[in-house]
Every structure is written in structure tokens, then in C-alpha cells.
Design a protein around this ligand. Structure first.
Ligand code: ADP
Length: 604
């Protein structure tokens, strides 16, 4: 599939053409790259590259719409044809857009309504979409949202402690750069050679805008940008964290209006305010020449990033890798060193020679940690447009399977036991008695039961599912976790690192064990079925359940491909009750978005 991707700003347009192979994991190759810069100043410049050809010059385009209207001729001249779909980067998707979406009239209206959340970014994105619909009326247009990746953040990370009425009006943390963080976290996991959902990664994107993201077991868990892209790290012209008390102080002391303060925080702050230039290369050169303001700017910039790395390692309860990306993260060895120096106590130590020698051609992701260091440090170029092309291709493949039925099974609370746990609970040498076989081949419910005890209460006669596992795992619903009085995290099966402890009682004894989780909803599927539906292991899909009384669309449902699997979605009893499902039922895959379901999977 050939995808044209637009990344539109108020004074620049970047675009690219990508060929995505069959299947979502196939390699995506960029076959054309173009940009128009600075139409605002009346002196628009262009740059086009493909294979061995690279051209730059002046273009007559006065604005974004004119620039987009010029794209078909540019592509024709460069021999690029056969576009199948168009992907647009959309800055703010609000709480609704947890996945890429087809940009039809209804979706565009909903994005339009989000403009107050991103007054600088969304209008340009929307202008590009409307113009692209005019120019390519027959092609599907899809939006990929910078905020979508962070909609998995738990409420404790997204909530500001402010009056209810403000929160009801939409004041919450969103996070941005999601497409970049997702791409680099997955690229780092690939380099490490482990699935991203087994790793704790901090992605540090340092470009003109800058943000850090805690990627906990494959999902964004927190991000340094908030309601707007102002919060968090020091940026080129944006302040990052500032005490909100500054508004009152500046209004009283300097007589500034809200608009004046806001504009200054976006455009007159950051490196520009501290050192007179928003360009890190200038700031570094000046600092090296002895300019004390530039030296402070660099120290403050690095210090802020280091604080976030420490905070996110604590938030995730561990750290496997830090990934640097963005113009500064990719190119400034001295900034990477400043950020990492002093983090040896948490197992993060650079190899200074490797740090100096970073080469990033051909999507390389070199590891630059010192030999034997516990935490890996990786540098890689971000590729937001490529990631957008991938997501567009996936959504298109999935669109073909929309409406295909998925059987839904309700998992009541149960435990999986290790061999040691069986002996401790039922006696030495005891073997469980397999009872009813389950639909997943080889799995059964045992005739024996256990009880689960927490500080607040107990769950009696809890089912045991076989066969035995290496580690004991206790799967309960959110309601059960309150009954027990323990805050159980939403986890994929087997991801038990750092999970809370609970007491199990059997007829022959009791044990205290970790492994208490609320199982993340998922779909078991065989490789053959997955291929037919354009799905890959680790994908997330949305499933609509229609019922006579309730019905619900479940977002963020994990695909687990296993040879021989019986295709079936597993949800817990809370989810089943919310959707009004009595016993076995059916859902259907849907491509789009679902506002209300985002919070359901989130840990509060
Ligand atoms: P954007 O966020 O607009 O995509 P980039 O990711 O291109 O921006 O990052 C731009 C920043 O990267 C600028 O501050 C620039 O000075 C910085 N940068 C680029 N190359 C280097 C370098 N070799 N050393 C230090 N900083 C660099």
C-alpha cells in the first residue's frame, strides 16, 4: 500500500510517501520526502528528495492550502503515483481519539470541537485535511493523533488536582509526541531483542518541542507534556514546567494579560529566553565560548530531563532503557552525557566513546551504555511520518474486516498456580484434578478451589485453571480488588513484575504470593485467523458489543496470536456487566474510536 503523509504546521508543511508491505510488521519504505517552509514570511522554500535525487529552492506558495494544492504536480514530476490513502498528523485528539480514525464529516466536526485545547496546532492540521479532501476526493483520509498513545495513562497521571468544574470542562493532562514515543520505544525494544510489552522504557524526545514519556510494558504510562504542549521539559521557545501562580504574579507585578503571558510561555521562553537562541547548536557554541547565560540554559535543560528520568523510573518501579531522539537527542552527544551523568546510582552509565560515535543512518538504534550497565541507553532517529504511514496501513487492512464477529467469553475470577504453590496449598506431591476443559486447547478448570485473602476481605472458592504455570497469577476484577482491599494493576497475562502480594488458602496450607492482576482484555486468535483479519500479535483493536439492553465498544483490546488458539475475546465480569453480557456472546471489530471506553482499561 502506498501512503501519502502530511504533517502540517502554521508556517510549514512536511510530507512523505511510504510503501508499506503486506502485513503490519512488513517493512515500510519511504520513497519520497518533501517540505515547504516559512510560507508566512512570503519566502517559501522547498526541498524534495527521493532515492539519489535531492533538490531545494524557492516556491511561490503564500499559505498552507496553496502548498498542498501544489503536491500533485510535484509527485507527478518525481514519478510518484498510485497513492492508496492519505495520513494526516493531528496534534490533539482530546479524550476521544485513542486510535487512528477515518476523517469523515462527523470525525472532522469532533476534531474541530477540540480546537480550544490546541489553538496553535489543530487549525493548521484541519486546514490541511480539508484541502487534501478537495485535491484527492476519492482517496481515504485518515488522522493519526499525537495524544492517542497517551490515552492509556492512568487517571493518577492525567488528573490535575483542581476544582471538579474545571475537570468537567476538560482540564486534564494529555501528553503529545505520542507517535514519536511509540515509534522509538518499539524501535528500542526491537534493538534490545525483547517484546516492548516486557520492558520499562523512558523515551526522551528533544527537538524544538521536547517531552519525556514513561513507556511501561508497551504502554504510555505518563508523559511530561500536559493539557497543552507547554508543560514539562525546557524547549526551544516554550517554558516547560512553571508554577501556575506565575499568572497572578505577572498580572499584578507587570500588568500582563492572560494572552500576553500565554504567548510568551509558548514563543518567548525556553532556550530563547535563557540564552537568546532557540537553537541548541547556538546555545552549545556560546556556552563553550564562556557565555554564562548559555551555560545556565544548558545546565537547566539537562537537569530538567534528568529529573523526569528519575521520576519515571520511580513511577514504573524500574527501568530497562532510556531512548534519546529528536534533533538534540539524536545529535548532541554532550547533552546526552550531561543528562546521564549522575544517574549511575540507578544503573544508568554511558560509554563515552560510544556516545561520541553515534551514527544513525538506515534507522540504526545504537546502544551507548557502558559495558555491564543495568540500564540500556539507545539513540535513534524519530520517524513520525513513517509511523503514521504504518498506522494508516493497519487501519486500512483492518477496515476490511470490520463487522467480522468475535466470540466473547467472560472470565470470572481465577488463579493459575505454580507447582510449588500447589504443594503448599494442597500438600506435598498433590496433583490437581482436571475438570471441565476450556475452549483454549489444552486448558482446563480444576475441580479444586482456593480462597484469596486481602487486608479488607476474602474471595472464597476461587477457580483454579490448568495447566500449571511457572509463576502463580491471580486474576480478579476491579470490583474484586476493592473487596480484597488491594490496588491490582491492569496487566497482560504473565506480566507480573511488581504486582501486589495477596494470601492464598488451600486445605493443606497458605501462601503469600505476588501476581495479583486485573487481566487486560484480550483476543486469543490463531495465526491463520489473524492473517485473514489483518491483525498481528500485540496489536490493539476495538470491539463493539451490541446487546438488547446495554452494549459497549471496548477500546484497547490486545491481540494475542497463538498457534492453535480458538478465536475468542476474554473480558472480566465487570466488563461483561457493563456491556450487559449474560453468558457467551459476540462482538464485532470496529475501526474507529470510542470516547467512553478509554478510561475502562486504565488504572486509577
Ligand atoms: P522539531 O521538533 O521541530 O522536529 P528537531 O527534532 O529537528 O525539531 O530538533 C531541532 C533542535 O535540534 C534544534 O534545537 C537544533 O539546534 C537541535 N540540533 C540539531 N542538530 C544538533 C547538533 N548537532 N547538536 C546540538 N543540537 C542540534
Amino acid at each position: 500500500m502506498r501512503v501519502l503523509v502530511f504533517n502540517a504546521g502554521s508556517s510549514s508543511l512536511k510530507f512523505g510517501v511510504f510503501d508499506t508491505g503486506p502485513g503490519a510488521d512488513a517493512e515500510t519504505v519511504q520513497c519520497f520526502k518533501g517540505s515547504f517552509e516559512r510560507f508566512r514570511d512570503g519566502q517559501c522554500s522547498y526541498r524534495y528528495c527521493a532515492a539519489a535525487r535531492d533538490e531545494a529552492g524557492e516556491a511561490p506558495h503564500p499559505d498552507l492550502s496553496a502548498a498542498i494544492a501544489a503536491v500533485p504536480d510535484v509527485l507527478a514530476e518525481w514519478g510518484i503515483d498510485g497513492i492508496d490513502a492519505i495520513g494526516h498528523r493531528i496534534a490533539h485528539g482530546g479524550p476521544d481519539f485513542s486510535a487512528p480514525a477515518r476523517l469523515d464529516a462527523e470525525t472532522l466536526e469532533r476534531i474541530e470541537a477540540l480546537t480550544p485545547l490546541a489553538p496553535l496546532h489543530n487549525p493548521a492540521n484541519l486546514e490541511a485535511v480539508h484541502m487534501a479532501i478537495n485535491v484527492w476526493p476519492d482517496l481515504p483520509q485518515l488522522g493519526v493523533f499525537d495524544t492517542a498513545y497517551h490515552l492509556t495513562n492512568p487517571a493518577r497521571a492525567t488528573t490535575y488536582a483542581v476544582p471538579r468544574a474545571w475537570r468537567d470542562a476538560g482540564l486534564r493532562r494529555y501528553g503529545f509526541h505520542g507517535t514519536s514515543h511509540k515509534y522509538v520505544a518499539e524501535r528500542a525494544a526491537q534493538e534490545i531483542g525483547q517484546p516492548v510489552n516486557s520492558l520499562k522504557i523512558i523515551s526522551v524526545h528533544l527537538g524544538n518541542g521536547a517531552s519525556a514519556c514513561a513507556v511501561n510494558l508497551g504502554q504510555s504510562m505518563d508523559s511530561s507534556m500536559g493539557l497543552t504542549p507547554l508543560e514539562g521539559l525546557v524547549m526551544g521557545t516554550r517554558s516547560g514546567d512553571v508554577d501556575p501562580g506565575a499568572f497572578g504574579f505577572l498580572s499584578r507585578q507587570l500588568g500582563l494579560s492572560i494572552e500576553e503571558i500565554e504567548t510568551a510561555l509558548y514563543t518567548e521562553s525556553g532556550l530563547k529566553a535563557l540564552a537568546g537562541s532557540s537553537d541548541m547548536r547556538d546555545v552549545e557554541d556560546r556556552a563553550a565560548a564562556g557565555d554564562s547565560e548559555a551555560q545556565l540554559a544548558i545546565n537547566l535543560y539537562a537537569y530538567r530531563v534528568r529529573k523526569y528520568i528519575g521520576a519515571y523510573a520511580a513511577a514504573m518501579g524500574g527501568l530497562d532503557a532510556v531512548v534519546f531522539t529528536g534533533g538534540i537527542g539524536e545529535n548532541s552527544a554532550s547533552m546526552r552525557r550531561r543528562i546521564c551523568d549522575g544517574l549511575e546510582f540507578m544503573g544508568l552509565r554511558l560509554d563515552h566513546d560510544l556516545n561520541q560515535a553515534v551514527q544513525l543512518e538506515n534507522r540504526a538504534a545504537p546502544q551507548i551504555q557502558a559495558y555491564g550497565a543495568k540500564v540500556r541507553v539507545i539513540v535513534t532517529e524519530t520517524a513520525e511520518q513513517l509511523q503514521i504511514a504504518r498506522e494508516v496501513a493497519r487501519l486500512m487492512a483492518r477496515a476490511e474486516t470490520v463487522g467480522m464477529p468475535i466470540p466473547v467469553a467472560v472470565s470470572a475470577r481465577h488463579v493459575h498456580l505454580s507447582a510449588e504453590a500447589v504443594e503448599a496449598l494442597f500438600g506435598k506431591g498433590y496433583e490437581l484434578t482436571p475438570g471441565k476443559p476450556l475452549r483454549q486447547p489444552g486448558n482446563w478448570a480444576a475441580q479444586e478451589r482456593v480462597s484469596v485473602e486481602g487486608p479488607k476481605g476474602s474471595l472464597e472458592r476461587v477457580a483454579i485453571l490448568g495447566p500449571l504455570r511457572k509463576k502463580t497469577q491471580i486474576e480478579v476484577s476491579r470490583t474484586d480488588s476493592f473487596a480484597l482491599g488491594i490496588d491490582a494493576p491492569v496487566r497482560d497475562s504473565g506480566q507480573l513484575d511488581g504486582t501486589p502480594r495477596v494470601r492464598l488458602h488451600g486445605p493443606a496450607g497458605s501462601i503469600d504470593t505476588d501476581g495479583l492482576i486485573v487481566a487486560a482484555r484480550h483476543i486469543h486468535i490463531s495465526p491463520e485467523d489473524a492473517r485473514a483479519r489483518g491483525l498481528n500479535d500485540g496489536d490493539y483493536v476495538e470491539v463493539r458489543i451490541t446487546g438488547p439492553e446495554r452494549g459497549l465498544t471496548f477500546t484497547h483490546t490486545l491481540i494475542r496470536v497463538q498457534p492453535g488458539a480458538f478465536t475468542e475475546m476474554h473480558i472480566d465480569t465487570d466488563e461483561a456487566n457493563a456491556a450487559g453480557i449474560q453468558a457467551d456472546s459476540e462482538g464485532e471489530l470496529v475501526p474507529g474510536v470510542a470516547a467512553e471506553a478509554v478510561a475502562l482499561g486504565g488504572r486509577r
